[in-house]
Design a protein around this ligand. Structure first.
Ligand code: GDP
Length: 309
């Protein structure tokens, strides 16, 4: 009934609210996989894990990464043994990643292993990787071209961005269920995720982009930018590097031709007319979601804007 496009921080907050209001069973989530990376031999797919853990009620809400209350014994030991461990992976979190890697080694596609993990974690929503094919975000900076994690985790977005590309995206096909989820949804919600590196790769898959455009009138995006800054993360640096202004108009420009409605924060209400000049309806809500009450409240407003409730 409801299909949500997601990265791994802003949209999961909204998903908590949506799941409370409509129930997990009525939600499909199409998740970015272009930040997937191998760490100590394990397939790490950060956004899929965060979405799964969020819906399973076990996500670490301080970092929107990993499992709440996890321990790091294995991580510490691996470091001692000289493994670089670019990402700090907890013990329980590692078990999930190990289980995924074993499934993939048996020849199962990522979408099938994800479905199994969801069943085992009690997640009734349909969590779909955008693709079973490998797509990798590359950030081209003044210090050279690097993987997204190198840019963000290791170098803290310190390098000036020149371009962003998604290796493998031309050949990538949507994972099973993705196009159906878009076609059959009452509303398609592009959550408040990084428009460049979280939503960008999903929309860069041609078949997905075309299906979204066909259903454009039912597509509602929630801005991850309030005022002139991202709420968190490197979206501002990335948008600026690609020549977009870091404000809701920059978001509108990126989503022009793709979405029907953009939800802006009330504090940006002066931008309504400029958003509408992009052929996008402007709607307003309180976009900051520091706690569960604000997540439910925003979810309710978004459902209203999408005419679900
Ligand atoms: P990533 O995969 O960890 O990069 O996470 P996402 O792309 O899903 O989320 C990052 C984006 O979420 C950033 O651009 C933030 O501005 C946005 N974000 C985080 N918290 C909030 C919030 O409370 N409200 C809104 N509107 N956006 C948020």
């Amino acid at each position: 009934m409801l299909t949500v496009l997601s990265g791994g921080t802003g949209t999961p907050k909204l998903l908590q609210g949506l799941a409370r209001l409509v129930g997990m069973g009525k939600i499909s989530v199409i998740v970015n996989t272009a930040e997937d990376v191998e760490v100590s031999g394990l397939k790490v797919t950060p956004d899929l894990d965060t979405v799964m853990y969020t819906l399973a009620g076990i996500v670490n809400e301080e970092t929107w990464y990993g499992i709440r209350g996890d321990t790091f014994t294995c991580h510490e030991m691996l470091k001692q043994l000289g493994e670089p461990e670019l990402l700090r992976i907890g013990d329980r979190d590692r078990a999930v990643k190990l289980r995924r890697t074993l499934g993939l080694k048996q020849g199962k596609p990522l979408s099938e292993v994800t479905q199994e993990l969801c069943e085992q974690l009690g997640v009734r929503a349909s969590v779909l990787p955008m693709s079973d094919d490998r797509v990798q975000t590359r950030v081209d900076t003044e210090a050279g071209t690097m993987q997204f994690h190198e840019f963000w985790v290791r170098r803290r977005a310190a390098d000036k961005v020149k371009d962003v590309s998604f290796e493998g995206v031309e050949e990538a096909k949507p994972a099973p269920g993705v196009l159906e989820a878009i076609k059959t949804a009452k509303a398609i919600i592009i959550g408040p995720s990084n428009p460049v590196t979280s939503i960008g790769p999903i929309l860069a898959i041609e078949d997905i982009r075309e299906e979204i455009i066909r259903n454009r009138e039912r597509v509602v995006a929630v801005s991850p930018i309030v005022g002139s800054a991202a709420v968190s993360g490197p979206a501002g640096e990335l948008m600026r590097g690609l020549g977009y202004r870091v404000n809701p108009l920059g978001v509108a420009k990126m989503y022009r031709g793709i979405i029907g409605t953009l939800v802006l924060d009330w504090s940006d209400r002066g931008r309504a007319r400029a958003v509408e000049e992009f052929g996008i309806n402007a709607a307003f809500a309180d976009l900051l979601m520091p706690n569960i009450a604000s997540r439910v409240r925003l979810a309710r407003e978004v459902l209203g804007i999408a005419r679900i409730r």
